[in-house]
Write a new protein. Structure first.
Length: 492
């Protein structure tokens, strides 16, 4: 397969025009491919915009993020925007991977935008590899641009590998010609290779990423290194598609990355003009999306784990976990469509991060310190060091925000992991892309018939003259591409 054959998805588009009508607005920060080859100033500008382009792609309503949120039963919504209603229907149905599907554009746009960003960063790195130097105001910025391009290339490759069953390798190491289509495992390895390259540049150079590259915060070379290491740990943990693959994680490697991870959250500033997080805006929008009963049941086991089929509101939950009152709000009114199933209903809104329903401005956490701590705790537990794992848990969000009793120091591995995943379910809501979905997936807990990853979009398959295929639906539950597990108490 030659580069020219997949040019439809690899050339950055000049203008992103939303098809989401009332959801997204256009953004115009994607340069034409030929600009990469003109002069260093353009390369600098494209590098500057690369993280923004990645961020907008993953947090747009034209992204699978919202549908993955409800497929994981962390959120719930009966509206069809972003494919949520179709992909969270019960029983689960096969994904309609066709160009005629009403919401096909959602998944096609994400795919195209991610490969466009991947190709931008690849072209930057090729030019630097060929000897281009970049100066601004007399200062050599070549190493800064190289490190940042490797970072964005890595996180883009990583999220393609987390979402799809197969990915194209688009990298600066490969000669012009064939672009291989590989498994998600190989794609993840390629992502980490780029992140490792970022780390290597950061270790050998001293620079500062300006505060408008990751909006609102400058990053030293040390901090960018820590960020790259954190994403590498994240990808290793989230790659598995089932419990068997999860058991094969190299936890020593995860811990090595995590131990040189972030010391402050990755939290770009949303200005409600250029930087807008549509996932946050619409998943906390009053009357539009709610927190699934599964989450509330974790905090109060007496609360129904599924909204009653008769449509009657259950009484408000009660819990020793203080976050039930600080992060969640009870609302007795449901305006979702009952004909689409009462299982979509919920009385709980998420109010921890109020930015999206007030001024639409403020920092939005993408990678929290709590997430990194929980990755470390899980790594220690899996490596047999329960004492350290328990210490991390007892000095983290469980007690600091939840006000819960410390975990008993004699707890066994099962109890430690249960405490870790409880924290992940409650504390990490609304942070990184797909966390709940990836956690449920790697524990065989996605509802029976839920697809474990997306197929390559039909539009791309048609261009490549490849057979169209899909995943999902109870009839396809194989535990490899479609869940054959489930979290329902009745199926445990």
């Amino acid at each position: 397969m030659k580069i020219k054959q997949i040019i439809i998805f690899l050339i950055p588009v000049l203008l992103f025009v939303s098809c989401a009508k009332d959801l997204d607005v256009e953004y115009k920060n994607k340069p034409d491919k030929d600009q990469v080859f003109t002069d260093p100033e353009n390369v600098y500008s494209i590098a500057k915009s690369s993280f923004y382009n990645w961020y907008m792609a993953v947090n747009s309503s034209l992204s699978p993020r919202m549908s993955m949120w409800v497929m994981a039963d962390q959120g719930t919504c009966s509206w069809a925007n972003s494919g949520m209603y179709h992909l969270s229907s019960e029983p689960r149905k096969a994904f309609n991977n066709s160009t005629s599907y009403t919401y096909a554009y959602v998944f096609e746009t994400y795919y195209e935008d991610m490969y466009a960003t991947l190709n931008q960063t690849k072209n930057i790195l090729v030019e630097l590899k060929n000897g281009m130097t970049i100066e601004t105001n007399g200062d050599d910025q070549t190493q800064m641009v190289k490190a940042f391009a490797y970072f964005v290339h890595g996180i883009t490759m990583g999220y393609l590998s987390m979402v799809y069953d197969r990915v194209y390798i688009v990298d600066p190491y490969r000669e012009e010609g064939d672009i291989p289509l590989v498994s998600y495992q190989e794609g993840t390895a390629e992502a980490i290779r780029s992140l490792d390259s970022c780390v290597a540049v950061c270790k050998s150079s001293i620079f500062t990423i300006p505060d408008d590259w990751i909006n609102g915060s400058s990053y030293s070379s040390k901090e960018l290194r820590q960020l790259a290491n954190s994403f590498a740990a994240r990808f290793l943990v989230y790659m598995p598609r089932n419990k068997a693959e999860n058991a094969q994680i190299d936890w020593s490697r995860v811990l090595e990355y995590a131990n040189d991870g972030i010391e402050r959250p990755l939290a770009p500033y949303m200005d409600n003009s250029t930087w807008i997080n549509y996932f946050h805006r619409y998943t906390v929008r009053p009357g539009w999306a709610r927190i699934d009963c599964r989450i509330i049941n974790l905090m109060d086991p007496r609360y129904p784990w599924r909204f009653p089929d008769d449509g009657h509101n259950p009484s408000p939950a009660q819990s020793d976990d203080l976050r039930l009152n600080t992060d969640f709000k009870f609302n007795s009114v449901n305006n979702m469509k009952p004909e689409r199933g009462y299982y979509h209903f919920s009385n709980y809104e998420y109010v921890r991060y109020p930015y999206a329903i007030t001024t639409n401005t403020g920092e939005v956490v993408d990678f929290s310190l709590a997430e990194l701590d929980l990755i470390k705790a899980e790594a220690h537990a899996e490596l047999g060091d329960l004492e350290t794992a328990i210490d991390i848990i007892n000095n983290g969000s469980r007690t600091e925000r939840g006000g819960l009793s410390p975990l008993n120091i004699h707890s066994d591995k099962e109890k430690v992991l249960k405490a870790i995943f409880y924290e992940r379910d409650i504390e990490l809501i609304q942070t990184g892309f797909g966390i709940a979905f990836f956690d449920m997936r790697r524990r065989d807990m996605l509802q029976y018939g839920t697809m474990l990853h997306f197929p390559i979009p039909a539009k791309e398959l048609m261009v490549m003259e490849m057979p169209i295929y899909t995943f999902g639906g109870e009839e396809n539950a194989d535990g490899i591409n479609t869940s054959n597990g489930g979290w329902f108490p009745s199926k445990k």
